[in-house]
Write a protein that binds this ligand. Structure first.
Ligand code: FPP
Ligand code: MG
Ligand code: MG
Length: 354
């Protein structure tokens, strides 16, 4: 980490904005005349503490600030310490409403995809709460997800920036594409290696939302193409790192809580990076991957091979590589508390244990 960065807490620096974001989503954006729909749609927006880590809106809000500070200091490069101290950063009034709306849209897209995902995965827990479909049934959960998307699209349209509408709509296509690739495998594409297909799926499923919402920050600020590219690269690599770490943790969870049937990915037939890397040395994994670990004893045998291999380590190394690329993009910006908070966030993405 560059000097000074370790003292900046991205969560603390954006906490006030995140509280406002949740209130705005709950009280303004998701209003509807039907009480059941209202309740279902706002289920994960009761308070800022509910509903996950808010990584995505944090990226958007911090990047908005980092890009505007970059421009503001373009002719007089300064150090972080000569800007407002991090604790006061969010008392600055001028973060444009458009950027706040984009952060809301980003969080709503993500939440909508989770409502649908928990139905598809038949998962009963989410964000320390019972999954929505366990409370309201699958039909209402799917419709609530659709409702969130509809409301977010109205907000997006009202923002009035066509490039942003196009980028964020493409995210929705990518989320669906990633999910279908995960269920059905790639389209007839026999040439590509499994690892490449997996990484592409990760881009669609996870990195696209981060990449294209970051890029939209660039569009909304009408920044030059080079800066829009910095924003995109940062979001994309942060997203790729995030999903790789997720996939490594799916295995390591079991190592820590031995005896508990974890290993959700493998058990549901999914081959993620740890097993794909392991299969490069241990080719007996390949037929098991192809039959989605449905053979007798496949799951146990595959787990055992993965732990004997360097698959988890190589997954983390690849995550670190992506996190470094995300940081490299940010280092093209002039220093500011928000830039440094984003560098810290990229670091935490790979250092996290849950
Ligand atoms: C979580 O993955 C799910 C996603 C990242 C995206 C899910 C996308 C869809 C269900 C397509 C529908 C899209 C929209 C826009 C409504 P996971 O199941 O691997 O992770 P988990 O452990 O968090 O459940
Ligand atoms: Mg899931
Ligand atoms: Mg899923």
């Amino acid at each position: 980490l560059p000097p000074g960065v370790e003292t900046i807490d991205p969560i603390a620096i954006s906490s006030k904005e995140i509280v406002k974001l949740v209130e705005s989503i709950r009280d303004d954006m998701l209003n509807t005349e039907h009480p059941v729909l209202q309740k279902a749609a706002t289920y994960f927006f009761q308070s800022a503490a509910d509903g996950g880590k808010k990584v995505r809106p944090m990226l958007v809000l911090l990047l908005s600030r980092a890009l505007s500070d970059h421009i503001a200091t373009a002719h007089q490069p300064v150090t972080s310490s000569s800007l407002l101290p991090p604790a006061l950063e969010w008392q600055r009034p001028e973060l444009p409403d458009l950027n706040r709306r984009l952060a809301e849209v980003t969080e709503i897209f993500h939440t909508a995809s989770l409502l649908h995902d928990d139905v598809l995965d038949d998962a009963d827990q989410r964000r320390n709460l019972p999954a929505l479909h366990t409370q309201f049934g699958a039909k209402i959960a799917v419709l609530a997800g659709d409702f969130l998307l509809a409301k977010a699209c109205v907000t997006l349209a009202k923002m009035g920036d066509l490039r942003t509408v196009q980028a964020m709509s493409t995210v929705l296509e990518h989320l669906v594409l990633g999910e279908v690739m995960q269920i059905r495998g790639p389209k007839a594409d026999g040439q590509k290696s499994r690892l490449r297909v997996y990484l592409k799926k990760n881009f669609y499923k996870t990195a696209s939302l981060m990449a294209l919402s970051c890029k939209s920050v660039g569009f909304l600020g009408e920044y030059p193409d080079e800066l829009i590219d910095v924003a995109y690269r940062f979001g994309k690599h942060a997203g790729m790192a995030f999903q790789l770490v997720d996939d490594a943790l799916d295995y390591e969870g079991t190592a820590q809580h031995l005896g508990k049937p974890s290993m959700a990915d493998l058990r549901s037939g999914l081959a993620t990076a740890p097993v794909l890397f392991a299969a490069q040395e241990h080719t007996e994994l390949i037929p098991m991957i192809d039959r989605k670990f449905k053979g007798n004893g496949d799951v146990e045998r595959a787990i055992e091979i993965v732990f004997r291999s360097d698959g988890i380590e190589r997954t983390k190394e690849l995550a670190i590589l992506h996190a470094e690329r995300a940081m490299d993009a940010l280092l093209e910006l002039n220093p500011s508390p928000s830039r440094d908070a984003l560098i810290q966030l990229a670091y935490r993405v790979v250092a996290r244990t849950r």
